[in-house]
Design a protein around this ligand. Structure first.
Ligand code: MRU
Length: 341
């Protein structure tokens, strides 16, 4: 079996499913306890699902938003209102704005709901194809029998399917370059513990969960050669916003001689944002940090600060993998050469 055929065998989850007149979502708030599907019947329900993290991950929220616009068009609602409401659902992942801008451009041609439906489907299909290609490009950078550490969830759940960083991991396991995967639990929402481990166990990939605070100790042990993460927005100089905790992993990786790879489709690249300093970081409700699984664990009266993304400077990134190719040691020149202005 060649690599392409092998990598496709590890890929079964489709969390965002268009049903012709409604959008079916796998509720990521309940995994892995419960595999519950629910239907969004208008764009306001899609917006709420994005805000509540029922659907999450940069590419997946862009895809869901595109389907939200289709629902608005089918129901004869104001498309300007739908675009504005969906756009405001979350601030950091640029895939949301990118997908809506793409739908807006089609609306501007006077397109009907059928044409918009084809555009949303194209956005979804292109994401899956990009992920499969990035999987092969990223896995080729990894030496045989390596250990890798990943953060948050970047898999089929976070995308149209297969995943970005998790796509590289799927491809790397399939071609024998990756022997052992470690996943950080990703406090406070536990995307790593609840979602990435769910995907890895389903695919039979050798994986160990670690507490986020065990990462430096793991790197010092020599068990991992790469940290592989996704992205929510990559600025024009290569600075990368991703799930909170990514930045400290990049610092620790550089200190220990572990390589650091960012994997994201070109829909995550924002050449209009000059550097990471210009990226808006989402702040969520402090109560997400004051409990576990809906159970309060911190004394009443306590406050918390809950930024859910951080920015890793380009200087700490060894490779950015996109479907257009790999940029090693990213900087503004290399980003411009691959993505233009
Ligand atoms: O808050 P989330 O769960 O939407 O954050 C997701 C991440 O930070 C992912 O790493 C990123 O979106 C890439 S997903 C392919």
């Amino acid at each position: 079996m060649n690599t392409s055929a092998k990598t496709l065998s590890h890929d079964t989850i489709r969390a965002v499913q268009w049903q012709g007149d409604h959008l079916r979502l796998l509720d990521q708030r309940l995994l892995p306890r419960k595999e519950h599907w629910f239907d969004c019947r208008d764009y306001l329900q899609v917006t709420q699902a994005i805000k509540d993290l029922a659907v999450r991950g940069a590419p997946a929220i862009g895809i869901a938003a595109a389907w939200g616009v289709v629902l608005a068009a089918q129901q004869g609602q104001s498309l300007d209102a739908a675009l504005a409401t969906l756009r405001a659902a979350r601030p950091t992942a640029v895939n949301l704005m990118w997908a809506l801008d793409r739908m807006k451009a089609v609306i501007a041609t006077g397109a009907d709901a059928g044409r918009l439906e084809r555009e949303a489907q194209a956005i979804q299909d292109e994401d899956l194809a990009a992920n499969r290609h990035m999987g092969e490009l990223g896995a080729a950078l990894i030496a045989p029998n390596s250990g890798v550490l990943t953060h948050c969830n970047t898999g089929s759940l976070a995308t149209a399917g297969y995943g970005t960083a998790l796509g590289v991991i799927r491809a790397g396991v399939a071609n024998g370059h990756i022997e052992q995967v470690y996943a950080g639990e990703t406090r406070p929402w536990q995307q790593g513990a609840r979602l990435t481990m769910w995907e890895l166990v389903r695919d039979g990939i050798p994986a160990k969960l670690i507490a986020d605070s065990a990462a430096s100790h793991l790197m010092r042990s020599g068990a991992v050669q790469w940290v592989i993460v996704g992205a929510d927005r990559i600025a024009a100089n290569g600075d990368t916003a991703n799930k909170i905790g990514t930045y400290q992993l990049a610092i620790a990786a550089r200190h220990h001689g572990v390589k650091f790879m960012v994997v994201a489709p070109s829909s995550t690249v924002d050449m209009a944002t000059v550097s990471g300093d210009d990226i808006e970081i989402e702040l969520r409700d402090p109560t997400e940090l004051l409990g576990l699984g809906g159970q309060r664990t911190v004394v009443e009266g306590a406050d918390a600060w809950n930024p859910v993304f951080d920015v890793t400077p380009a200087s700490l990134i060894d490779a950015i993998v996109t479907e257009r190719g790999v940029i090693e040691r990213p900087n503004t020149m290399a980003m411009l050469a691959m993505f233009g202005r």
